[in-house]
Design a binder for this molecule. Sequence first.
Ligand SMILES: [Zn+2]
Length: 330
Amino acid sequence: MALVPMKQILEEARKKGYGVGAYNVNNMEQIQAIMAAAQKTKSPVVIQASRGALKYSNFIYLKHLMQAAVEENPDIPIAMHLDHGNSLESCKKAISLGFSSVMIDGSLKEDGKTPSDYEYNVNVTRSVVEYAHAYGVTVEGEIGRLGGIEDGVGSGSVHVTDPDEAKKFVEATGLDALAIAIGTSHGAYKFKGDKHLAFDVLEKVRKLIDIPIVLHGASSVPQELIDKVNKYGGKMPGATGVPMEHLKKAIKLGVTKINVDTDGRLAVTGAIREVFANSPDKFDPRDYLGPARDQLAGLITKKMQDFGTAGHSGDYKPIGLEEMKRAYKK
Ligand SMILES: [Zn+2]
């Protein structure tokens, strides 16, 4: 099986009303952990890499790791997705590496920091849609602005999505999935007080558009992961995330793709710190990367169960990019 267009994975999930986690990766252990969880729970999966992750891996390493995941798991629908592409060029690069999906984040200018205006967002998103669809590749866009900064992406300001603008945006761009801002933010410090999400905005958007909705900045930052990091020498006081109950409600109200990066980072860091604190004599990277991989697989297994993805890997016949390409032409 080749990589599956993300559009198919999300639309199949939407039909049945479950959520699909999109998990960020930089290296082999993370990809193995995600695939172990997908195998264990029989879940379709979106693996995503940021521009920073691609650069970190010299592009070519992630390309081959993703191919290895596909080769090793022919029974699991896998989409490989570029997270927060900042320009047509960065999306073209991901497509040339074989990614089956790209995000163009036109809510920010190309520097990934400066807020853009609506016209800019429409124009850059439409250019990516035209290019990507010719290859059968899925496009995710964003309207409204998330808070927080991660991997150097983010303006630091929040702008909750305007539902009417979201509708206009979908019609003007022809994109396949839409990230909206309802109060989540990137990073490990998502809320200062009340963990408030604008579910009313989500409901309005859901009624107005007919494509899958994406929630960024949706890690839960579980207290036990923070406690572990802090117990073994870390310093992350006051870290907070989106409670799983909120995410389950968001899925029920129509969110399909849930982005998870921070929680994976915490699981890996906690596991490694624990090994170093308890066994200062260890110096073989496998002795700490192995436990980190196991921790991450456990975390993602739980998420796949909570999001409702578990058990759905064999529900449909995955299509390749060629077939998707023909579908776009119609
Ligand atoms: Zn994001």
